[in-house]
Design a protein around this ligand. Sequence first.
Ligand code: G6P
Length: 493
Amino acid sequence: MSTADFVVVANRLPVDRNTDGGGDGEWRRSPGGLVTALEPVMRRTEGAWVGWPGKPDLEFEPFDFDGMHLVPVALSAADVEDYYEGFSNDTIWPLYHDVIAAPRYRRNWWEAYQRVNRRFAEAAAAVAADGGTVWVQDYQLQLVPKMLRDMRPDLTIGYFHHIPFPAYGLYSQLPWRKQVLEGLLGADVIGFQRIADAGNFARAVRRQLRYETKASGIRVPAEGGGHRTALAKAFPISISTDDYIELAQRPDIQARAAEIREDLGNPKTVLLGVDRLDYTKGIRHRLKAFGELIEDGRVSVEDATLVQVASPSRERVESYVQLRDEIELTVARINGDHDTWGHSAIRYMHQAFPREEMVALYLAADIMLVTALRDGMNLVAKEYVASRIDNRGVLVLSEFAGAADELASAVRINPHDIDGMKDAIVRAIEMPAAEQGRRMRALRKRVREHDVEDWSRAFLDALASAARSNSPAHSAAGARAISTAATEAEHRA
Ligand code: G6P
């Protein structure tokens, strides 16, 4: 089997199996942001991607797709239930999002998490070239870095955590808190979205493992005696800004934006929410604020429509099933009380749309509402800003989303403060064009100057230098592969 100098390991492959037409189906690219983020590096390095094909019991040999070498890891129905729906999305996800929903600690889920993490680590170990670099992604695979280091001490290992890392007082609930920290510390570089996440992680390491930390470095006892340094640092993720700008410039997409407004009955103000249907996103809080504004008479249904796109997600996990019921009940109540024949208060879509349609929606929306109670980054906020090539529109942004650290010119809100959120929405509705322009230009500058290629370059540069200082002899090939990637990206920048 061929090996690769650069390997990405993520829970999902960048493709999924389209079985819509019946039969066995065919591969198609999945819409996720991570694919877009890593695809350029994958191509340049002829890298491999290890991941799950997204449905239970799909067993496939490694194959090439769109210039990427893909290595599927099959999960049985029981794996999906215990590792993915259970430990990943009913233990870690709620715990790491500040227990907005109650995490469930089940020992058989932990068993499955270890077992499946090992399988991912084994697949990566089998495909990585001697001295190569492996980049592990996200909370589903926190044990992979250490497992991989034990199997393949020659590798350079990076890990990026896409979601928040919680404060110590919450993290310490986890019955397996030491093992998870040790798992992550198998990496040479552990990347987080916010400085605060990296700080929470370092504190947990000090308290639980008593390792020394200094600036971003953590002194980790090395396998053969002595120590190595793991770097824990913030690398805020971004989007492929140019792709959004290009779409927003397309006449057909601009026409589609006008058509959407027309279809909504041409209200003066279109407000928009776009989220995976998840309790971390603050959709209920947003609906409550909007409903009260109508009730109070501060917003009229004739003048303002809220479009809420809630894409289906993790539909077999109980807390998601409940959330969907609550949201749909709330939408129906607000609409039932306030709709007129010509205008709806809320247009709710439990659907996912292609990127072209999303950009048309962004262009159609005067106000974008990002009201997350906790969110690693929130790329929707950045997508909205990138798409507003007209420098118009208002971003209302929760301070609990990672994006708030960078997007300082948004209208900031605390989504728990319903009155504050209502005032912010009214302010956004009434904001003069000049102020919209001033704010939007500042927001766009940030998103243009810091796109997803900068993100991967910054991470991989840090990884290459960490590898050089940790084990100069071993890391030659990997460092070569990734620093070439970084240099080429620089040339194009
Ligand atoms: C978040 C996570 C990703 C995950 C995505 C979709 O963004 O950070 O790791 O892939 O949600 O969730 P799903 O469970 O469908 O993969």
